[in-house]
Design a protein around this ligand. Sequence first.
Ligand code: 3SL
Length: 235
Amino acid sequence: MPTLDICFSPELLPLYDLTGRVAVVVDILRATSSIVTALAQGVAHLVPVSEVTECQALAADGYLTAAERDGRQAEGVDLGNSPFGYLDGAVAVRGRAVAITTTNGTRALHLSQAADVVVVGAFLNLAAVAEFVRRQNKDVVIVCAGWKGKFCLEDTLYGGALAARLADAFNVTGSDATLAALDLWQAAEPDVAAYLLKSSHVRRLNSLESHKDMEFCVRPDVYDVVPVYRNGRIV
Ligand code: 3SL
């Protein structure tokens, strides 16, 4: 039986061997939720980059630009990091390619490239990712983006939710990280939004008046897209 493990922060990735494994990269608030929403709304592909300047430079190649730092949209770009940027119609996104940089999510994607397959996970596509991972029949590491290298509740909750969905087909009891995430998930459901009110990221987003983003990002199974990060692109 393949194993499912959870890496609580990109800082811990050197302790994990991703070779031959599937990495499910998650940044519930909000990078991976926004990426899933973008592709579900018809974005052609996304290119995750490290720096805001790199992102801005790609505008010359026809890219829409999406950049966030400390929860706010960076200067001189088309979009921030809210999933509603892809939904509210203010920017026409269908068919466009998007260059994106965020504080933690795009970094976690870059650091996970040693995996055989890198998948973008969110509550929004939980069932679709679970189904995709099942079909791969490989060991899985869920890579939590965290916040500036630190543990965060919302990504860990997602890890617990995905582990619970895959518990019949994967060994989810082999690591304390997965066991802890499963316990956390049990403590939080069914009202994940209420549970997350105490989290530091939700307090941070609320101070930026982005509460509706959190309520949207914890909705399960809204989209059936499974974004895969390969050769520098998320498709
Ligand atoms: O860190 C990230 O990648 C972002 O998702 C953070 S925020 O939700 O935009 O504040």
